[in-house]
Design a protein around this ligand. Sequence first.
Ligand SMILES: [Zn+2]
Length: 184
Amino acid sequence: MDSDNNIVPALKKWWLLFANELFPVNNYKYNFWRDKKGELMVKLKERFFRFMYGRYGADQLSRFMLVLYFIIAIVGMIVQNTLVDIILWILNMILLVLMFFRMFSKNIYKRQYENGKYLGIKNKITEYFRYIGNKWKFRKTHVYRKCPSCNSKLKLPRKKGKHGVKCPKCSNFFSVKIWFLMNL
Ligand SMILES: [Zn+2]
């Protein structure tokens, strides 16, 4: 009932705002985009900051979502398959809605928790790739082995044979067998 009564004045207001941009009359009341001096966007910025007050805003997760959005969009442009394109488009719409939902959310703790989860996963992935890179980089001189007690990865000199190792993190003793030397 209420929305029916509100829609006409709302439409009228939006029409006046739009019309004033096309044919500016010096009527401050109907000027949505300009301030009293006629400066464009100042009022809009002010409105936006007022709107964003108490809301979460952007974080690393939303930036990642934006990057993902563009990657999916580019993949969609390359792939010439209607079904795949539709699926990618739906995926991107969900991504966009989620991104804006998070940015405009007032539940700051929950959004921070999600961002923390994302950073944790991202950290694990970068750590893993760094490990793979180091394994390759030091393949001639070192081997990487896990401590059976605390699971931390240890960098050990590549010497052929069986060796006793003391874990620097948990002081656990264990033996390591290195089968071959790497010359490649
Ligand atoms: Zn250990």
